[in-house]
Design a protein around this ligand. Structure first.
Ligand SMILES: Cc1cc2nc3c(=O)[nH]c(=O)nc-3n(C[C@H](O)[C@H](O)[C@H](O)COP(=O)(O)OP(=O)(O)OC[C@H]3O[C@@H](n4cnc5c(N)ncnc54)[C@H](O)[C@@H]3O)c2cc1C
Length: 424
């Protein structure tokens, strides 16, 4: 991510690329994003000797290319709401209380609340429905009308109907969290190897036996696959379509005075944005204007159509901001699952193999807590969290169908591209 955070100045982690690969480890974590570094930190806290392998730089995947929005829960998962809230609420506690105290960094977390904006009746009805489904879960989520929305965000358009307001949400600076976890893990003895792709997970007699890399083999009986979009490349038995790469794109504007005090989402969570601590506006989304709706691509490439959509989104929702220059844009690759839920837990291919991947568009509401859940499973044999809905084996043995209209199944969006373009 190119825009700058505004918190206290911290240095990113520096790695000696000549360090020798160890011949063995208690646990090998593959992937240096928010989930891999979380697992490495939480495992190290529990006394495990951890090696983390990252094929590029730490935080160079989706974790370094996102909008930094976070919070507990999601409108999309009311059917498994309790399990989602169990993990995401703990995530919020970790990033706002425990990790800042342990790692000496507040990650520029600002719990400003966020609004999920309704632009038409279809969206309004959807938001009302999903808010109602959360009743009894103590989520701090409620519907607000246009008047209240404009009290929160005066620049909001008079054409908007209102929003779902989530008080336990906001945004952070992703690099600080990911490098903070990596640094915390190293202080506890973990060894981190950037530019070291894992090329194969080795098994024998039904057990994990090691990890092969381009620089040698590490013997281990426990592996955490935290490679998100790249997971099908390592777990070749994963059914086609269970987890697919999905390219997301973001633009960032010149800095302006505070106009967006709250992070926002709209159009069934497909578009989103916020104002950074330095005053720049970030807006992402419009994957449906990308080639193949951004699905199946591993190239981190910006496409003009998405940028036009994002710029139009800002000026449609917040016309009172006025003309403002776009200064940068970037793309990142997310891991989208067929049902929109992440894959967290033991993987049946071999004993000792764990997966923590498929976080769709929301890994910063999950990563640190997921790392804790995986570490508990490995170090203590059980976890306090209900991981059943996130079982990574759930796609095995059956046809994979994309039935969640809000994430991977965006193709099912009842609104056609022409219709959306006409309204943008
Ligand atoms: C444009 C965009 C906007 C987003 N906005 C938000 C947002 O506002 N809020 C939010 O919560 N989420 C957002 N997301 C999603 C979020 O970024 C992801 O859900 C999250 O970063 C996933 O973290 P991760 O650690 O699982 O994956 P990643 O960060 O992708 O990490 C996986 C890592 O594995 C490495 N790897 C892959 N294969 C190998 C291998 N064989 N060996 C070694 N290393 C390997 C990769 O290089 C990568 O660094 C956004 C994503 C994008 C792209």
């Amino acid at each position: 991510m190119n825009a700058q955070g505004n918190g206290k100045r911290r240095s990113n982690e520096v790695y000696d690329l000549r360090q020798e690969l160890p011949s063995r480890a208690d646990v090998v974590v593959i992937g240096g994003g928010v989930t891999g570094t979380a697992a490495a930190y939480q495992l190290s806290k529990r006394g495990k000797e951890v090696v983390l392998l990252e094929m590029r730089g730490v935080c160079s995947g989706a974790s370094g290319r996102n909008a930094g929005q976070t919070g507990s829960g999601s409108s999309m998962f009311s059917r498994v709401g309790r399990a989602v809230y169990g993990l995401t609420r703990e995530n919020l506690r970790l990033i706002s209380e425990e990790l800042p105290a342990e790692l000496g960094d507040d990650f520029d977390l600002r719990l400003t609340g966020s609004v999920d904006i309704a632009q038409d009746e279809e969206m309004w009805n959807h938001l009302v429905e999903t808010t109602a489904a959360l009743q009894g879960l103590d989520t701090g989520v409620r519907m607000i009308d246009r008047y209240e929305l404009q009290q929160l965000i005066p620049a909001a358009s008079d054409a908007l109907l209102g929003a779902k307001y989530a008080e336990r949400a906001g945004h952070l600076w992703p690099f600080h969290l990911v490098h903070g976890q990596a640094g915390g893990a190293r202080k506890l003895g973990a060894k981190i190897f950037p530019w070291t792709p894992a090329t194969a997970i080795l098994t024998g007699n039904g057990n994990v036996t090691g990890v092969e890399t381009e620089r040698g083999t590490i013997a281990t009986d426990t592996v955490v696959v935290a490679t998100n979009a790249w997971t099908p490349k390592l777990l070749e038995d994963l059914p086609a379509g269970a987890l697919v790469p999905a390219r997301g794109q973001i633009l960032v504007t010149q800095p302006v005075d505070t106009v967006l005090p709250h992070a926002f989402g709209t159009n069934f969570d497909k578009e989103y944005g916020r104002q950074t601590a330095t005053g720049q506006l970030i807006c992402g989304g419009f994957r449906r204007f990308d080639r193949d709706e951004g699905l199946g691509h591993y190239t981190e490439e910006v496409v003009a159509g998405c940028m036009i959509g994002c710029a139009g989104c800002l000026s449609t929702l917040f016309p009172k901001i006025g003309p403002i220059r776009v200064v940068r844009a970037w793309a990142g690759i997310m891991g989208f699952t067929a049902d929109g839920l992440p894959m967290i837990g033991p993987y049946d291919l071999a004993a000792g193999l764990f997966v923590s991947a498929g976080f769709n568009g929301g890994g910063f509401s999950w990563g640190p807590a997921t790392g804790k859940a995986i570490a508990q499973l490995i170090a203590e044999g059980q976890t306090e969290f209900d991981l059943q809905p996130f079982d990574p084996n759930r796609f095995a043995g059956g046809g994979v169908s994309w039935d969640n209209p809000f994430t991977a199944g965006e193709k099912n969006n009842p609104r056609s591209v022409a219709e959306i373009q006409a309204n943008a």
